[in-house]
Design a protein around this ligand. Structure first.
Ligand code: GDP
Length: 296
């Protein structure tokens, strides 16, 4: 179930409340069944769905709620709060600091939209007045440097990479050193998303991180991958210990459940969502407006 349908389903379950003359156990259970079914169909992890259900039932104890309290509003507010909790782990993401180089390392599987997102993020900071540069340390994929170069040129962002150097750690360190010496504020390092073996990919990420000592690592995840999200996010968290997440392709057929499960599995906040292929298609993520928009 795609995100817009999930929103519609939840909305219709909430609207059914208004039709019911009284909110009793049966009405509440009926609504929860609808909402939980929709979340599961959107690939939200089953334990998370169960927790949401338990939390709502506990918060809206139909027998205990005093006569003066508007039960329908209470139920609606609780559902909203719980949906927000699903996408908000309550952790503060890294904020760049003025007056020194802030090194940001991007990790994620090939095809997730990492290279595109690197430029979008650089463009975002550049527009906010930060002196920003890009480094391509992906030596595995032929054409990775050309892609970054093309994007960076379009966005007028300085970049660094190599056609001949095969050691990604060396390139990453050279690029970071160069831009640090040139007093750049934000240096975004793109890494490889594929290797012959996954273990090699993770090993390479660790070596790059040890070499450039990033202030923040960001995990870029494809918003359309559904159930695979949880395992993927967990594996990258263990290998790269990223601090935050960017979910891409939220304009397409994103189910949303993947995003929710990735947050829950890693307790890391989503900071942006990708909403298209163009440079400015990057929206800051905030839980409440996101849920509100989902509900239409
Ligand atoms: P990488 O292999 O992770 O570096 O992925 P790329 O940056 O090359 O992106 C893979 C494909 O996804 C490209 O065709 C991008 O244009 C596309 N893409 C990336 N982000 C988004 C997004 O937010 N929305 C849409 N619709 N496409 C995206």
């Amino acid at each position: 179930m795609v995100l817009a349908d999930l929103g519609r389903k939840i909305n219709s379950a909430l609207a059914d409340l208004n039709k019911a003359p009284v909110i009793d156990e049966k009405v509440l259970d009926g609504m929860l069944k609808e909402i939980c079914g929709a979340l599961l169909a959107s690939d939200v992890n089953v334990q998370l769905v169960q927790r949401l259900r338990t939390n709502i039932k506990a918060a809206v104890n139909v027998q205990d709620v005093g006569a003066g309290i508007n039960k329908k509003r209470l139920v609606q507010k609780t559902v909203m709060d719980e949906l927000c909790n699903l996408v908000d782990p309550g952790a503060e993401p890294y904020k760049p600091v003025k007056g020194r180089a802030n090194i940001i390392m991007m990790v994620g599987l090939q095809g997730a939209g990492k290279t595109t997102t690197c430029t979008k993020l650089a463009y975002h900071y550049q527009r906010k007045g930060w002196k920003t540069a890009l480094v391509c340390s992906d030596t595995f994929r032929a054409g990775a440097f050309d892609q970054l170069k093309q994007n960076a040129t379009k966005a007028k962002i300085p970049y660094y990479g190599s056609y001949t150097e095969t050691d990604p750690v060396a390139i990453a360190m050279e690029g970071v050193d160069k831009f640090r010496a040139e007093k750049f504020d934000i240096i975004i390092v793109d890494t490889s998303g594929r290797h012959k073996q996954e273990s090699e990919l993770f090993e390479e990420m660790k070596q790059i991180a040890a070499g450039i000592e990033p202030d923040s690592s960001i995990f870029v995840m494809d918003g359309t991958i559904g159930q695979a999200a949880e395992g993927q996010a967990r594996a990258f968290k263990e290998a790269a210990d990223f601090g935050s997440i960017i979910i891409t392709k939220m304009d397409g057929h994103a189910k949303g459940g993947g995003a929710i499960s990735a947050v829950a599995a890693t307790q890391s906040p989503i900071i942006f969502i990708g909403t298209g292929e163009h440079l400015h298609d990057l929206d800051r993520f905030e839980a409440r407006p996101f849920v509100r928009k989902m509900l239409g």
